[in-house]
Design a protein around this ligand. Structure first.
Ligand code: ADP
Ligand code: MG
Ligand code: MG
Ligand code: MG
Length: 399
């Protein structure tokens, strides 16, 4: 293709047919659009003859949820494919393989993971995934540590960071996560039954000050190549495996952000179950979610410490105390960003299906207000947090 054109099922099929080394000559291709995301088109193309399948993901020139009035950079397809390639080289088991990237069409062709389920859906069904915490903890430690100044020569890291500044996508996060929810902004969308509680947040200057500090960290702390949008809709799971998709918001940012967004989304699931079931054994799922948060952190920390021992290139990493102090800084950031993620998903533009699927608006408001209280507590008290139990205890205290 010499020029960008938006794909549809027919064009995506023709596009796939022309890809080298993907399908045999006699392939009988069928195509389905399966994207449920906010921004892009996702096609699954299958050869009925061999059963082989691939995913063709195309960035649109505008945000799919809002329409053409919200233009978006096509460069996010480059960011996504490059981040996937780096993350796959670091964690081959936990990231889809990229087969092809097309800068003109803003297309990434990748491994089809249709035998995995989007984790948010699994959490809604109160499924338990025995390996998930270990997989995600290892993914986080490896992708974050191995792209940081601790593992890379500083000139190499700076060059990599320059490829991943991602200004347009970062601006979306800066506005939608850290700014708009704290004012009566046009982009906000919230349940009127939570309005009183939300006005309290708009008037809470100590909270806004702490969020402003977290935003400053998001803007300036180029610690590692982060995923940038690691909510439970960017994680696919099965009984055996875990895959992280959709890193179009990747940039060099604070390590605690990815971990915090995952925890924030697990906690958004946590607050939603009260609106879905009153059955006590079913509600035990909340304890599973808190245990999962503790385990993710445990595996993250363990793997990060091992990498520090074995893979450090930075001479100062031998100084006693640096590792402990860095991990404490990450945990503090992680609590803060988890809180920001919870608050923005209640007040801001993009909500989560965990809560949106509660039909009774009164019941939904209960879950939403609980999310705001937990989020606020994590932001305000993050400096008192010494270990991961200090996070989960704070949740149990108010839930
Ligand atoms: P967006 O950037 O628009 O959010 P995503 O990358 O999150 O797009 O993909 C949207 C949906 O498409 C996912 O929720 C998932 O259902 C499906 N999907 C995306 N990538 C794959 C893949 N590699 N294999 C199978 N399904 C996928
Ligand atoms: Mg997505
Ligand atoms: Mg999605
Ligand atoms: Mg996306």
């Amino acid at each position: 293709m010499l020029q960008y054109e938006t794909l549809n099922e027919y064009r995506a099929l023709m596009y796939a047919r022309k890809l080298k080394d993907m399908f045999g000559k006699n392939a009988q291709l069928v195509c389905r659009e399966i994207g449920d995301g906010n921004l892009n088109l996702v096609f699954q193309i299958t050869d009925k003859l061999s059963g082989t399948s691939i995913i063709v993901k195309q960035a649109l020139t505008y945000a799919r949820v809002v329409g053409e009035s919200w233009p978006l950079t096509l460069d996010r397809a480059r960011i996504e494919s490059q981040a996937l390639i780096i993350q796959h080289s670091i964690c081959p088991g936990f990231v889809p393989k990229v087969y092809h990237y097309d800068p003109i069409m803003a297309v990434t062709v990748m491994e089809d993971l249709s035998n995995y389920l989007i984790m948010r859906k699994g959490l809604a069904a109160r499924k338990r995934y025995p390996h998930f915490a270990r997989h995600l903890g290892v993914y986080l430690a490896r992708t974050l540590y191995l792209t940081s100044d601790f593992a890379l020569p500083s000139q190499v890291k700076k060059k990599k960071a320059a490829q991943f500044t991602n200004p347009e996508m970062c601006k979306i996060s800066e506005d939608l996560i850290f700014t708009d929810p704290y004012f009566n902004s046009e982009t906000n969308q919230f349940n009127p039954l939570a309005a009183e509680r939300i006005e309290e947040i708009w008037n809470n200057n100590p909270l806004k000050l702490e969020v402003a500090k977290l935003k400053a960290g998001f803007l300036t702390h180029a610690e590692a190549l982060i995923h940038g949008d690691l909510h439970t809709g960017s994680i696919m799971v099965s009984e055996e495996g875990t895959k992280v998709i959709d890193p179009e918001f990747s940039f060099y940012g604070p390590v605690g952000f990815d971990i915090g967004v995952v925890f924030g989304n697990l906690l958004l699931s946590f607050v939603s179950h009260g609106g879905h079931t009153q059955d006590a054994p079913e509600r035990n799922y909340q304890a599973y979610l808190l245990a999962t948060i503790e385990q993710i952190w445990g595996y993250f920390e363990q793997t990060f410490r091992e990498l520090w021992e074995k893979e450090s290139k930075e001479r100062m990493t031998i100084v006693p105390g640096l590792l402990d102090s860095y991990l404490l800084h990450v945990l503090e950031d992680c609590a803060g960003y988890a809180g920001c993620e919870m608050i923005r998903r209640i007040i801001g533009l993009a909500h989560v299906s965990d809560l949106e699927s509660i039909a009774d608006p009164n019941l939904r408001a209960e879950g939403e207000k609980l999310a705001l209280s937990i989020g606020q507590k994590l932001v305000l008290e993050r400096r008192q947090i010494q270990d991961i139990k200090d996070v989960t205890c704070r949740v149990s205290e108010i839930a």
